[in-house]
Design a protein around this ligand. Sequence first.
Ligand SMILES: Cc1cc2nc3c(=O)[nH]c(=O)nc-3n(C[C@H](O)[C@H](O)[C@H](O)COP(=O)(O)OP(=O)(O)OC[C@H]3O[C@@H](n4cnc5c(N)ncnc54)[C@H](O)[C@@H]3O)c2cc1C
Length: 302
Amino acid sequence: MTDTLDCLVIGGGPAGLTAAIYLSRFRRSVLVIDKGWSRAKWITLSHNLPGFPEGISGAALLERLRDQARRYGAVLEHGTVERLHPAADGLFAAEMGGTAILARTVVLAGGVVENNPPLPHVADAVKNGLIRTCPICDGFEAIGKKVAVLGDGEHAAAEALFLRTFSSHVTLLLPAEDAVLQPETRAALLAANVDTYCVAVGSVTIGADGVTAVGDGGGLPHRFDMVYSAFGIIPQTMLAIEAGAKVDAANRLLTDEHQETTTRGLFAAGDLVRGLNQIAVAEGEAAIAATAIHNRLARSVA
Ligand SMILES: Cc1cc2nc3c(=O)[nH]c(=O)nc-3n(C[C@H](O)[C@H](O)[C@H](O)COP(=O)(O)OP(=O)(O)OC[C@H]3O[C@@H](n4cnc5c(N)ncnc54)[C@H](O)[C@@H]3O)c2cc1C
C-alpha cells in the first residue's frame, strides 16, 4: 500500500501525461500508471499538432511529455490498473498487479483501442502511410491522391464524404457483410462522386507503394495510393463503469464541463471521452481536469 495520492492517473498517453504535468506543477502528488499502448505510438509524423510546424512523431511527443512530467515530480510507472472502486472517506482504491493504491482523485485517460482492419502487416502499412485511420489528422496529406476507405458501412461512408475535401478520387470499399447503407447515405455518396464497391476483404492487398482491391463482381483490381481503415474503436471505459460512472450510447464517458464523470472525484480526459480522437483535445481536457482537481483538493500554503 502506498501513501494516499492526490491523484492517480490511469493511462500515459497525451491526456494522462498532460494531467500529470499540470498536477505536479500544482505541487500535487501524482502517479501515472500506463500499460504502454498509446495510440500516439502509431504516429509516424503528425502535422496537425499546434506548435510543431515541421511535424513530430508520436514516440517523440510521448518522450517529451514524460520528461516534462518527471521534471516536476510526477511518478510514472509501467503497469495495468486492473480494478478501480470508491473506498471509505471519499477515496479511490485501485489495484495493479497485487499492489493496492489509494488516491483522493483519479484521472482516467485510458484512450481507445482501434479495431484493426483484417489485413496482414497492418503495423508496417500504418508506418508507411498506406493504411491510415484518421482523416482529421492527415486528410491534408491525401490531397490529390487516389484514396480508398474500407470499413463498417455508415461510419466508413461518413469518412469517405469527409475525405472529398482533399481528393476528387475517393472510393468506398464495403466488406460484403457491411454493405447495407441508408438510402440517404447512398444519395450523398452519389452526389459527391464517391464510387462504392463491395469487396471481399481478402482481395485488398497492400503493396510496396499502393493498395489494390477487387470488387465482388471480379474484373481488374482497383488501385489506390492509400486506404483509410474505418472499423471503429473500443473506448477503454471499463474501470470507470466499475467505479459507477455512466457512459453514452457509444460507450464514451459522460463528463461535466470540468471533465468530472458522474462518479465524484473521478475525472476523464482524451479519446475515451469525446469522438474527435485528437491530441490537442486530449491535452486540453486533461488541463481542465487537472485544474478542477487542484481546486477541489484542500490547499496547502507555501
Ligand atoms: C495512426 C494514427 C495517427 C494519428 N495521428 C494523429 C495526428 O496526427 N494528430 C492527432 O491529434 N492525433 C492523431 N492520432 C490520434 C491520437 O493518437 C490520439 O488522439 C491520442 O493518442 C489520444 O490520447 P489519449 O491519452 O486519450 O489516449 P492514448 O494515447 O491511447 O493513451 C492511453 C494510454 O492508456 C493506457 N491504458 C489503458 N488502460 C489502462 C489501464 N487499465 N492501466 C494502465 N494503462 C492503461 C493505454 O495503454 C495507453 O498507453 C492518431 C492516431 C493513430 C492511431
